[in-house]
Design a protein. Structure first.
Length: 74
């Protein structure tokens, strides 16, 4: 590449970066807000476990952690 080609490439890149910077800056949804935002926080973390729902977790349900062998296992 010639020096003029490299200079033209740098110019095109610089102009496109400036145009994209000002274009993105003009979009209101992408600007930072000065208004404070309230975020929900938990009051206390508890380690106790509540009783499970019997309709979902049944005693006679299949245990997915048990290895199942189909056939003679060879």
């Amino acid at each position: 590449m010639k020096k003029s080609d490299i200079a033209m490439l740098i110019l095109v890149v610089a102009v496109s970066v400036m145009v994209s910077y000002f274009t993105v800056g003009s979009i209101p949804a992408l600007k930072f807000s000065d208004k404070p935002v309230s975020v929900k926080t938990i009051e206390e973390y508890k380690s106790d476990i509540s009783e499970v729902n019997g309709d979902i977790f049944r005693e006679d349900a299949i245990n997915p952690t048990v290895e199942v062998t189909i056939g003679n296992g060879d």
